[in-house]
Design a protein around this ligand. Structure first.
Ligand code: AHR
Length: 499
């Protein structure tokens, strides 16, 4: 059995954790909206048509921010279709997902849902088929108090108070050839700049996200960020990053080390943004909105067959395993280790379409395996992210080279410690010693973990609690340290009070 030591020091912090890193994403994609969060005929629906069983799970998941309405969907979306009397709203083809969009759920429904769920909205504007004018119009509709055509239209639609939406994405994945309205970095950089300029004239308090690369393996990664920020640097606050991981060719060891790739991605984006700042001799820091990340079996998605244009088809409904949950936990650890730079992050997505929550139309809602590491991390990772000095064995992986066998993040609020650890070794348990001599004395240490004899075990409607967090009983607390054994291919959270 290998042994890893993580030395924590309360005077060595990476940064204060922005609670917006525990965001998620609702796109008009498959059954995320329709029969996901919204199903007026469901026995659990409230007067708005929002599923109460899903709302309860969303609150338990602990998400703080929700991005909407896409994703690829936004790049041909006409937001005006989704407001006003429902009977007058048109159905449209959604070319991104080749679906039929009924528009019975739109901006007002989403922003109302956010209030009921207790989450902050993060809206995206269409910079694929549309541009500056429609983005400015949507912002005026949402945030202007009244006395103009668009703000009065919001009043008439039942929302007299402005929504005050702060976070706005300037388009989606504009570097991707699959994106409707895909553009070159120069074209997009200019459009992002001019759109941002108009939006800030309407509401100077907005926080704006420019599209970064839709993946680290994009051939334009790096030059895209530098070029876009070359145009938009003075006008935006964040640059986005997107990453999806899957177990390929049975290479579980590489899959479990996906956090190493996300780590390198964040470093690359940071470097590009800081280069642009240095070129301008500017102190301004562009932060990262990692506004799409998850496990996604894209290889399975490409073989999904469909005929015709359907409303809310079953699309990309990945069923997540123990291994997937361990990777989600590892990616959260990676985000925490970059708390200084990643200020917003969204698990993509929330319900049914690659979501931690699943539903059946007219039926039950349940938690996927990936729900658990997210909800526990969102609940316990608070305050400051501590720099952990980790020493221990490494693993050689086919896809990510040499990585630490155990990946660790630690957070502390004055008297509450949380340590998150992933053992990426598929076959062997590892001892973890958490040295707290420079933090304080720990009392009441507890540990829970996700692991299983069968790393591919999943939760289903019939067996929704097959994969749940399990308590680790053997946690030793000694003068200045906590010790425990991490099972093979596992994610573990240790919490303690510090005196
Ligand atoms: O989250 C699913 C899709 O992945 C989003 O629509 C798109 O932005 C990304 O490619």
């Amino acid at each position: 059995m290998g042994r890893t030591q993580a030395v924590l020091d309360s005077s060595s912090s990476i940064g204060t954790i922005d609670r917006r890193i525990f965001g998620s994403f609702v796109e008009h994609l498959g059954r995320c909206v329709y029969t996901g969060i919204f199903e007026p005929d469901h026995p659990q629906a409230d007067a708005n048509g929002f599923r109460r069983d899903v709302l309860d799970l969303v609150r338990e998941l602990g998400v703080t921010v929700i991005r909407y309405p896409g994703g690829n969907f936004v790049s041909s979306y006409r937001w005006e279709d989704g407001v006003g009397p429902v009977s007058a709203r048109p159905a449209r083809l959604d070319p991104a997902w080749r679906s039929l969009e009924p528009n019975t759920f739109g901006t007002d429904e989403f922003l109302r849902w956010c209030r009921v769920a207790g989450v902050e909205p993060m809206m995206a504007v269409n910079l694929g088929t549309r541009g500056v004018e429609e983005a400015a119009d949507l912002l005026e509709y949402c945030n202007h108090p009244g006395g103009t055509a668009l703000s009065d239209r919001r009043h008439a639609n039942g929302a007299p108070e402005p929504y005050g939406v702060r976070l706005w994405c300037l388009g989606n994945e504009m570097d991707g050839p699959w994106q409707i309205g895909h553009r070159s970095a120069e074209q997009y950089g200019w459009l992002a700049r001019t759109t941002a300029h108009a939006m800030r004239r309407i509401d100077p308090t907005v926080e704006l996200v420019a599209c970064g690369s839709s993946g680290r393996s994009m051939p334009t990664f790096g030059t895209w960020e530098r070029t876009v920020l070359g145009f938009a640097f003075d006008h935006v606050d964040y640059i986005s990053a997107h990453a999806y991981y899957e177990e390929c060719d049975g290479d579980l060891a590489s899959f479990l080390a996906s956090g190493a790739d996300m780590d390198a991605f964040i470093d690359g984006v940071t470097e590009a943004a800081d280069e642009v700042a240095a070129d301008r001799d500017s102190d301004k820091r562009i932060d990262i909105a990692f506004d799409e990340w998850n496990v996604w079996y894209l290889s399975r998605a490409s073989s999904e067959e469909r005929s015709g244009w359907q409303t809310a088809p079953r699309l990309i409904e990945d069923v997540y395993s123990v291994a997937d949950a361990v990777v989600v936990g590892d990616l959260l650890i990676t985000l925490l280790k970059h708390a200084d730079r990643v200020r917003v992050a969204c698990l993509a997505q929330l319900v049914n379409a690659i979501g931690p929550i699943m539903t059946e139309p007219g039926g039950r809602a349940w938690r996927q395996a990936t729900f658990h590491p997210f909800s526990l991390t969102a609940r316990e990772a608070r305050g400051v992210s501590l720099r952990a000095e980790v020493s221990g064995p490494t693993l050689d992986t086919g896809r990510h080279g040499e990585v630490s066998t155990v990946n660790v993040a630690a957070t502390v609020e004055p008297s509450r410690l949380a340590v998150f650890a992933v053992n990426r070794d598929v076959d062997n348990a590892h001892e973890l010693e958490i040295d707290l001599s420079r933090v304080g004395r720990a009392t009441g240490a507890k540990a829970v973990a996700i692991f299983d004899e069968d790393v591919h075990a999943v939760n289903t409607a019939e067996e929704p609690d097959r994969v749940v967090p399990r308590a680790i009983e053997a946690v030793s607390v000694e003068q200045g340290s906590i010790g425990l054994s991490l099972p093979p291919a596992s994610w573990t959270m240790v919490t303690a009070d510090i005196v």
